[in-house]
Design a protein around this ligand. Sequence first.
Ligand code: AQP
Length: 332
Amino acid sequence: MERLFSGMQPTQDAHIGNWLGAIRNWVALQDRYECLYCVVDLHALTAPYDPRVMRERVLNLAAAFLACGVDPAKSTVFVQSAVPEHTELTWLLACQTGLGALERMTQFKDKSDQNADNINAGLLFYPVLMAADILAYRAQVVPVGEDQVQHLELAREIVRKFNRAFGDTFPEPRPIVPEGSAKRILGLDGNAKMSKSKGNAIALVEEPATVRKLLASAYTDPERKRRTDPGRPEVCNVFTLHGFFTAPSRVEGIAGDCRSAALGCVDCKKELAENLLVALEPIRRRYLEVRADEEGLRAVLAAGAERARALARETLVLARRNMGLVEGGRRA
Ligand code: AQP
């Protein structure tokens, strides 16, 4: 089986965009690849955060992975900072990465705009750490969302440069877009990508009353000002979300009723809220169980970290040796 790596940041609790665009696919990929799924807490340090809540967020996100069906018996589930080889490899790779390439990354530019008062070097190094995450396991396959394509391309470039300079060390990781994966779910503002940090998200585990309230505030077709105006489902994010949570036969009916104004936005959102709640209920139930057993959750993460570390150590021995570093200085 080929090896697959994917990670998610514990910036806030996971949302339905993370589920549709990533975690849901991870579950399906477990039977086809040897999967490593990681809570990438070191990446999350690049944005301002409160150290008192970070620990909770890491455990919440790991619990969300399991609640969605990531199975530790099939996949290695762990926390990035528990495997220090990620940061060591980051340095080795950084010395093979052009500064200009890092400065050109779209996400670096976007995040620098968002954090104008905290443009830290970690933001710039983010793609190198991401390359290290993948290459520490010599993973061949990476499921990517739209916004990670550029970073993965850079990781491939780093591999080519590294292998040219030091001999064949890493495989070039190949992006895969899993079947049926949602490329870019928009937030409740109907405009920007649903993001943990943008406050436009519906959390994966949320009180039903909050889900209803949040959806009631969701933007729809901006040109539909009155209840009697015909709507345009093709530009409406609420309609797009129906596509994921409502039976296909009913989705067609909603499109027709929206266009003819037989269905108003308020009722359309209410219907979506109920369907969304049905889909999320089993995840929520399982999440509450997993999260209540913190000892069990920590044991899963400890076992995952141990396995991940053994793999990463092997890679680091090879990388250090190929780079000409002295081997005797530390235990392999
Ligand atoms: N809106 C989205 N639609 C589809 N897929 C999405 N993903 C995130 N948002 C959407 C996918 O989730 C995975 C993990 O993302 P991440 O946590 O590493 O970082 P992100 O993409 O930056 O997610 P957020 O929510 O936008 O986090 P913040 O606000 O902290 O930056 C990725 O596979 C991503 O494609």
